[in-house]
Write a protein that binds this ligand. Sequence first.
Ligand code: SF4
Ligand code: SF4
Length: 77
Amino acid sequence: MNHVRVRDDECKGCAVCVSVCPKNCLVMSGKLNVKGYDYVQFVHAEACTACGLCFLNCPEPGALTVFGNKESSRDEL
Ligand code: SF4
Ligand code: SF4
């Protein structure tokens, strides 16, 4: 199953990824990270297409990593 890993402490809570995800797989957690930002959470993994839009639009390069599982191969964007 496709997966997006969120590094809570790298997220600045800007919600750009939430707004660009076409599948509504990302939501604000409502919890604060060590830097005081409401960080994002990955939900609805079954709907994620591993399109990479969240990763490509996130201003914090270390916050999101997209893993796509396709039959026998696994790609990391
Ligand atoms: S990879 Fe695409 S579908 Fe998956 S969470 Fe990111 S924007 Fe949404
Ligand atoms: S776009 Fe990046 S910094 Fe902004 S809420 Fe999403 S993961 Fe956090």
